[in-house]
Design a protein around this ligand. Structure first.
Ligand code: PRX
Length: 649
């Protein structure tokens, strides 16, 4: 899409200054202080980051060089050595944090557990010893497919402790998705559970793993946590119960130091082809990025009870449920289940009972809460909250205002944080005690981040003009490559503008320099804050024997941001029917996961294409939105296709 097509229609003039009381206690309490630090961070980035790395992290060996930048490859803290798990756990022992809650857990059924820093440390040590007993160590890949229970965080930290590389696979993904990811990174171990609770039902995690592992030659062992008590098949010599080995293992473990560039994890995310990309993050830079943003964006204090509702299967769960929060020695709350189970007030009840102070969630959830009605939050005491956050997609000003008034009681700043799986940490965001907020804008860049809005040629566009969002300087938590595919890494992010990172997002900067993210401008949809590649959905559809061709597009949706509409052409002789639509929906859910289940399927005799054979998605979008096709159709190869599409059912 060319940047002329990126128009941002939002014009929002309201501005909210940080409340005086908030400002008075904030780590960064004025706009002037933010501006001064920001200038330092971009004028002398190496000096800035070296100082932060020394202050915020525990190093076993100091680096020789802060940054080695041979675009597009960055190495941060070259020669430095540290252990990520030691930073999140051991260094809080022997301090006032030792007996403080590290994780407060609430299961969907209402079961609760608190793990202090000391207890969490011992659990991670036990599992680290078990993993080493399996013969795993530095560089080995471990897949984690777990419900949102403390053991998911324990598994991540145990991998980090022994230098192994985890890949967490969201529990909503299907067997096919597990298989692809496990094979791509050649995981030797899978850590899973018998199941997890979701809306009162068991998600059959182990069963999904069993099916996936029929085609994964690299996997040697499966470690299974008992969570639901449901019956599962344990394969001899491969499957081991967590409770048979972990509690019996030694509760201390000497953590080795690893290179700052040692891979920490691979996280798969959708791109513009059918194959998910394995985004690779390493240790020192990633931990620094998540630690510093956790501290300043969430303004973390010793007394906070912080709750991020993201699943550990997404980057938000990695950076802001586990690593950045524990590294700061803060208390992180984990909730296993659905926001509306047993009733639509579950989140507010959790905030009320646990006295949550900082709450971080997604716009799609906020819009659903709005629809469910104010009576649900109003039934609970939300006065413990002092700060709210959002992430994952643009928030519409109406939802922002509702969040501000009904949840925040008009006293909590809102941090609208823009970032990506690839950026590792928050990039554009208000600092809550310093930067005035405008509903719908992620506001200004975080320290060390240099974003620009540019046109096709890479020139910066004037204020209030749409363009492409790029980041022009390397930052510590940036992705290092795509696992096993450095060419795709270069092509995907660095080829539009050589030496400059292209985010895939459209954006506008207003007269105050505030950034307004418009959304993805590549072939990636953002449905309920989750990235779904149109090509992934299309390849799932054409793998069904009835389908010849498919095109997936997003249609604006009040709750989900976008809903998924697919146009499908069927093989000759296959009859279009409601039943077939349902079959295809189920097929996509089986191939990818329920999050990719199409909302609408439309059968079409043919799809509109350019003369060079490219599907004209723009036309399909206009048709799906229910409108007339108004845009330019001069490149359309066959006009009769349009007429038939408008009639397609
Ligand atoms: O389009 C942007 C949108 O989510 C994309 C990144 O998705 P993912 O890698 O799954 O990470 C989501 C959680 C960090 C971005 O390219 N996005 C994320 N945060 C915002 C956003 N769009 C607007 N405003 C945000 N605050």
């Amino acid at each position: 899409m060319s940047s002329e097509n990126i128009t941002s229609v939002t014009r929002e003039n309201r501005k909210f200054n940080p409340p005086d009381e908030f400002q008075a206690q904030a780590h960064i309490g004025s706009l002037a202080k933010y501006r001064r630090l920001y200038r330092q961070s971009v004028n002398n980035p190496e000096e800035f980051w070296a100082k932060q790395a020394e202050e915020l992290l525990l190093w076993r060996k100091k680096w020789r060089k802060v940054l080695q930048w041979k675009a597009p490859h960055a190495k941060w803290f070259v020669g430095g050595r540290l252990n990520v798990a030691e930073n999140c756990l051991d260094r809080h022992l022997g301090t006032a944090r030792e007996n403080k809650a590290a994780i407060i857990f609430e299961g969907e059924g209402g079961d609760e557990r608190t793990l202090t820093y000391k207890q969490l440390y011992h659990e991670v040590c036990r599992l680290a010893n078990v993993l080493e007993g399996f013969g795993l160590g530095k560089g080995d890949r471990v897949a984690i497919y777990m419900p949102m229970v403390p053991e998911a965080a324990i598994a991540m930290l145990a991998c980090a402790r022994i230098g192994a590389v985890h890949t967490v696979i969201f529990g909503g993904f299907s067997s096919e998705a597990i298989k692809d990811r496990v094979n791509d990174c050649e995981a030797r171990l899978v850590i899973t559970a018998d199941g997890g609770w979701r809306r009162g039902k068991v998600v059959p995690l182990k069963e999904n793993v069993d099916r996936a592992l029929e085609g994964t030659p690299s996997v040697e062992k499966v470690l299974v946590l008992r969570r639901t008590g449901s019956r599962v098949r344990m394969k001899k010599d491969r499957d081991i119960w967590w409770h048979d080995v972990v509690p019996a293992a030694a509760h201390v473990h000497r953590a080795k130091a690893f290179d700052a560039e040692n891979p920490l994890f691979i996280l798969y995310t959708s791109g513009s082809t059918g194959k998910p990309k394995g985004v690779l993050h390493t240790s020192g830079g990633y931990l620094l990025g998540t630690t510093i943003t956790s501290k300043y964006v969430f303004d973390l204090k010793e007394t906070d009870t912080y709750w991020c509702t993201a699943d550990v299967g997404w980057i938000t769960g990695h950076s802001y449920v586990v690593y950045g929060i524990l590294s700061n020695g803060a208390t992180t709350l984990m909730y296993e289940g659905a926001p509306n189970h047993p009733g639509p007030d579950r989140f507010w009840s959790i905030i009320d009972r646990h006295r949550v102070t900082v709450f971080y969630t997604a716009p799609t959830a906020i819009r659903a809460f709005m629809r469910w009605g104010d009576e649900h939050p109003k039934r609970h005491d939300l006065s413990s909250l002092r700060l709210l956050g959002t992430v994952g997609e643009p928030i519409n000003p109406e939802a922002w205002m509702w969040y501000y008034k009904v949840i925040g009681g008009g006293r909590c700043p809102i941090v609208d944080t823009w970032w990506q799986t690839e950026t590792g940490a928050i990039m554009i965001t208000p600092l809550p005690g310093a930067i005035p907020q405008k509903p719908g804008s992620a506001t200004l860049p975080f320290f060390g981040v240099v974003p620009k809005v540019v046109d096709e040629t890479g020139r910066e566009v004037p204020r209030n003009t749409g363009g492409k969002l790029v980041i022009t300087q390397p930052w510590p938590s940036m992705l290092r490559t795509l696992w096993g595919d450095d060419d795709r890494f270069k092509r995907q992010y660095w080829s539009d503008y050589p030496g400059i990172y292209f985010t895939g997002d459209g954006c506008r900067q207003d007269e105050d320099g505030y950034f307004w993210i418009v959304g993805r401008i590549d072939d990636v949809l953002n449905i309920s804050g989750h990235r779904i590649g149109t090509a992934e959905v299309e390849s799932a559809l054409v793998s069904h024997p009835s389908v010849v061709e498919a095109a997936a597009i997003g249609r604006p949706d009040e709750i989900k941001g976008q809903s998924l509409v697919v146009f499908v052409t069927l093989k000759d002789g296959v009859k279009a029917s409601e039943k077939l639509k349902e079959t295809l929906r189920k097929h996509v859910a089986r191939e990818i996961g329920a999050i990719a289940r199409p909302d609408v399927i439309r059968f079409a005799a043919a799809l509109p294409k350019t003369r060079s054979g490219k599907i004209m998605r723009r036309l399909l979008k206009e048709i799906a939105a229910g409108g007339e096709v108004k845009g330019d159709t001069t490149t359309l190869e066959d006009f009769s296709v349009l007429a038939s599409l408008q009639k397609a059912d």
